[in-house]
Design a protein around this ligand. Structure first.
Ligand code: B12
Length: 494
């Protein structure tokens, strides 16, 4: 059977003139996961429109398309094209799960929720000629999965080919998050076994890993055992975590750092407690954000702070206040979002009931456009403030000011290299993407992550962090093994 698997891109991600590096970060892991269930004899072609021009002239038997909200219209276009040619078209993913009726018009079969149970079920039915029109995931487990078909991914086109997920979902229920909509009708948070996760890590070449888990620290026992197991693997890794996990599970951060954690995406979302309450993000309430950042920095972990603008208690002062605070804290990189009510979320239901949704042009549900009527400012002011926040946070004077919030020169330089590389070198990234050389920049990223760090925990210059911190106490020096120097290649999602 000829199987074509497609991750369509949103408009911005396929422009020949400008394609932000963020779209060349991660390969389509979801599709490679589903490919693991196909037969070795099947002819499988995975194409990711973020990094390549799709070949739509082929004649596959089965077409599998992953649909995110921002690529939904493009996905439907591709689906219609292949159905007109007589191929059997399957649509699944987050947006299909949120709006199954919309997707049904463009597919032979739609899939709701994660694919690990329903995709093999469909394949059995399909091969017998008895495929259903709709499959809904109920059984949530990551036990005994077939290996991800990473061999089908074009590694060289991505800056971070080693993306990995070892859990699904999250234990929390924030109103704006896709999670409750996607994992309805079954478990909303579950993990692999530690052994399977470590085996998957072992299969990944090189040093650098990026965990795409929504909340890698969500299960303390699992995460601690995973980090214990990773100690000594000489990895460098990045991930996402919560303020709560950083502050409340003291030993876990140490374990994570010892196993190679060097930068963490942290969902601060808002500095306003009224907003946190309104969005059901109780896990951030009354938490000391400053202490969390300090703790990460003390351990040499860089922070990518995530902030959402446009919550109901935000007025036009929110932008400057947030940026000033983030800079003063020495946060290395920030990801700003305009609050976006994804269909299927509690936030969307509330906005719709209040008549505040402005339109359903999914192309613009990209967290860069205002798609609802904000409570305390105009939609235009929200967008303008969002762009101003990016401009202000990433101007050189802010980068230097943020860097100088650090106690040590090495940490300051790493801050400048990382933040500057991310936002100040777009032409270089454009060229690298055009030249299909993204993976060649990975050693540079590793060098910056590794850094030549000093932090308060070990107070040591020239620590080779990859060797782990075991046995290094306050005030003790570990002899330098190598000094990788600095370069400019950060990597952030969001
Ligand atoms: C990595 C990532 C990216 C990467 C690349 C995506 C990629 N290569 O897949 C980058 C950085 C490019 C990116 C960009 C954006 N992203 Co993003 N991203 C993610 C992230 C963190 C992980 C995705 C992932 O790999 N998951 C792991 C794999 C194993 O799971 P999966 O992909 O979901 O696949 C499973 C199921 O969905 C299902 N499935 C999927 N397709 C199909 C098809 C069939 C037929 C079947 C049976 C099953 C099935 O089965 C798979 C196995 O279980 C998610 C958060 C998340 N946890 O999902 C956000 C997320 C998907 N991103 C999101 C958003 C909003 C964006 C941006 C708009 C952000 C922005 N402001 O720029 C852009 C635009 C993306 C676009 N092109 O349209 C939202 C999507 C919301 C929505 N309702 O669609 C998410 C959920 C984040 C969030 N919390 O809001 N993103």
């Amino acid at each position: 059977m000829k199987v074509k698997m497609i991750l369509p891109a949103l408009t911005e991600a396929k422009s020949p003139f400008f394609r932000p590096i963020k779209y060349s970060l991660f390969p389509p892991l979801g599709l490679a996961t589903l490919a693991g269930y196909l037969d070795p004899s099947d002819e499988i072609d995975i194409q990711d429109e973020h990094v390549e021009t799709l070949n739509l002239d082929d004649e596959p038997d089965l077409v599998v398309i992953q649909v995110y909200i921002t690529s939904a219209f493009r996905a439907y276009q591709i689906a219609d094209h292949y159905r007109a040619k007589g191929a059997y078209v399957c649509l699944g993913g987050l947006h299909v799960t949120s709006l199954p009726e919309e997707a049904t018009a463009h597919a032979d079969t739609i899939f709701l929720g994660p694919g690990e149970d329903i995709w093999p079920e469909f394949l059995r039915d399909f091969r017998r000629g008895q495929a259903g029109a709709r499959y809904e995931s109920k059984v949530r487990t990551l036990i005994g999965l077939p290996p991800i078909r990473r061999d089908l991914l074009k590694r060289e086109l991505y800056l971070v080919p080693n993306s990995i997920v070892v859990s699904r979902g999250c234990p929390h229920h924030c109103d704006f998050c896709y999670k409750d909509a996607f994992f309805q009708g079954g478990k909303g948070f579950y993990t692999q076994t530690v052994e399977a996760a470590l085996a998957e890590i072992n299969r990944l070449p090189g040093r650098h890993l990026y965990f795409l888990d929504d909340h890698l620290f969500g299960n303390v026992r699992f995460a601690s055992a995973l980090f214990e197991g990773m100690r000594g693997m000489n990895r460098l890794w990045q991930a996402a975590g919560t303020v709560q996990a950083i502050l409340q599970q003291p030993k876990m951060l140490e374990l994570a750092v010892e196993s190679g954690l060097r930068s963490l995406f942290v969902g601060f979302e808002t500095l306003n407690p009224n907003n946190l309450r309104a969005q059901n993000k109780y896990q951030n309430l009354n938490r000391d954000y400053h202490a969390a950042i300090q703790r990460l920095h003390d351990h040499g972990v860089m922070v990518n702070g995530s902030f959402v603008f446009g919550m109901d208690d935000d007025d036009e002062s929110v932008f400057d206040r947030t940026v000033d605070w983030a800079v003063s804290q020495g946060i290395e990189t920030a990801t700003f979002h305009i609050l976006t009510p994804y269909p299927g979320t509690a936030l969307h239901d509330r906005m719709a009931a209040q008549g505040r949704i402005l339109h359903n042009d999914w192309d613009l549900y990209d967290t860069r456009h205002t798609v609802f009527r904000p409570a305390k400012m105009s939609p235009e002011a929200l967008e303008a403030g969002y762009w101003r926040a990016y401009g202000e946070f990433y101007k050189w004077s802010s980068i230097f000011k943020g860097a100088w919030a650090k106690d040590f020169w090495s940490a300051r330089l790493r801050h400048i290299a990382y933040a500057g590389g991310w936002k100040k070198l777009e032409p270089m990234w454009d060229f690298i993407i055009w030249a299909k050389r993204a993976t060649r920049m990975l050693p540079v990223l590793e060098a910056v992550l590794e850094g030549k760090q000093v932090n308060k925990v070990n107070k040591v210059e020239n620590v080779n962090r990859g060797e782990g911190l075991e046995g290094v106490r306050e005030g003790e020096a570990r002899p330098a093994i190598k000094s990788p120097g600095y370069a400019t290649t950060p990597v952030e999602t969001g």
